[in-house]
Design a protein around this ligand. Structure first.
Ligand code: C2E
Ligand code: MG
Ligand code: MG
Ligand code: MG
Length: 295
């Protein structure tokens, strides 16, 4: 009896496994085709100075416009890309697409701010990653200071010495490094001193209730103050309410991004935002091109 049940269980289990495997393979093939058929797309979320509202950056966030299925979010497919190794190719696509978009905005005279690109752990640790970045910068004529790479702190806990090496190489190219989702991993604070980074991104999980809960307020305040002491820029993620922004301003946080100002938007809408900003900042008198006006 028991033996029979066991065999049945096994059969159920293996049918389940087969199903999962099929689903997984379909997903993997779908992702491979997505890259070939250019179904990936970048959205952009504005980053602003808290004091002045100046637009200082745009974070590029990948979306998969899957035929017949609408927009698929990265939390669904980034893990699959990581496990299958497809992340190297897709990550390279993201970098190139972000740099190409930045070039297009420059050519339109829109004076685009820095673009922040997320880099996954596996991609960051792949052999020759800084070489890939440097090649794309050159190929797209991207001013390196206009690129920021975001990595999560958990990546840095693996092979510290090697990571410091990669970070140094990247920063020698002239770009900035941001530590994403800060505070969620094993943030050994001594890391901050050892790693050559420029920006700390204070994770949304602390920001979301920083105006309501004393513990979260204390964590935000401590991270902001520590970052300032170490000469790092602090950007708060996921700011949705004015009260959160007011709190962050009081604590001396430099910059923020979040639904309060704007969710991530497609390139076309981001172009409109840049256009509006360019008009705002335009001189209030008409500059007549080719006029012989001399002062
Ligand atoms: P992340 O880098 O921490 O990105 C911030 C996420 O928070 C984004 O989700 C963004 O849409 C969301 N967000 C921004 N403001 C708010 C807010 O005020 N409230 C709330 N509730 N959410 C907000 P998204 O676009 O779904 O991306 C999720 C994660 O996927 C990213 O987290 C990043 O880790 C990863 N990811 C996205 N694009 C890429 C990519 O091109 N490459 C890699 N390797 N990872 C990516
Ligand atoms: Mg990010
Ligand atoms: Mg983040
Ligand atoms: Mg996050």
């Amino acid at each position: 009896q028991a033996k029979k049940a066991g065999r049945n269980n096994f059969r159920v289990f293996s049918a389940d496994m087969a199903h999962l495997l099929t689903e997984r393979l379909e997903q993997e093939n779908g992702l491979r085709e997505a890259l070939e058929n250019e179904e990936f797309e970048l959205f952009y979320q504005p980053q602003l100075l808290i004091d002045t509202g100046e637009l200082i950056g745009l974070e590029a966030l990948i979306r998969w416009r899957r035929p017949g299925q609408g927009l698929v979010m990265p939390s669904v497919f980034i893990p699959v890309l990581e496990e299958t190794g497809l992340i190297d190719a897709v990550g390279e696509w993201v970098l190139r697409a972000a740099c190409r978009q930045h070039a297009a905005w420059r050519e339109q005279g829109l004076n685009p701010p820095r673009i922040a690109v997320n880099v996954s752990g596996r991609q960051f640790l792949q052999a020759g990653f800084s070489g890939v970045v440097s090649r794309i910068l050159e190929e797209q004529r991207m001013p390196s200071a206009s690129l920021q790479l975001e990595i999560t702190e958990t990546v840095l806990t693996r092979d510290t010495v090697h990571c410091i090496d990669i970070l140094r190489n990247l920063r020698e190219l002239g770009l900035e490094i941001a530590l994403d989702d800060f505070g969620t991993g094993y943030s050994s604070l001594s890391y901050l001193k050892r790693f050559p980074i420029d920006v700390i991104k204070l994770d949304r999980s602390f920001v979301s209730e920083c105006h309501l809960k004393e513990e979260d307020a204390a964590i935000c305040a401590a991270i902001i103050s520590l970052g300032r002491t170490l000469g790092l820029k602090i950007l708060a993620e996921g700011v949705e309410e004015q009260a959160q922004l007011d709190f962050l301003r009081r604590e001396g946080c430099l910059a923020y991004q979040g639904f309060l100002f704007s969710p991530p938007r497609p390139a076309r809408e981001t172009t409109e935002l840049l256009n509006a900003r360019a008009r705002e900042n335009a001189p209030s008198f008409e500059v007549i091109e080719g006029s012989e006006l001399t002062l």
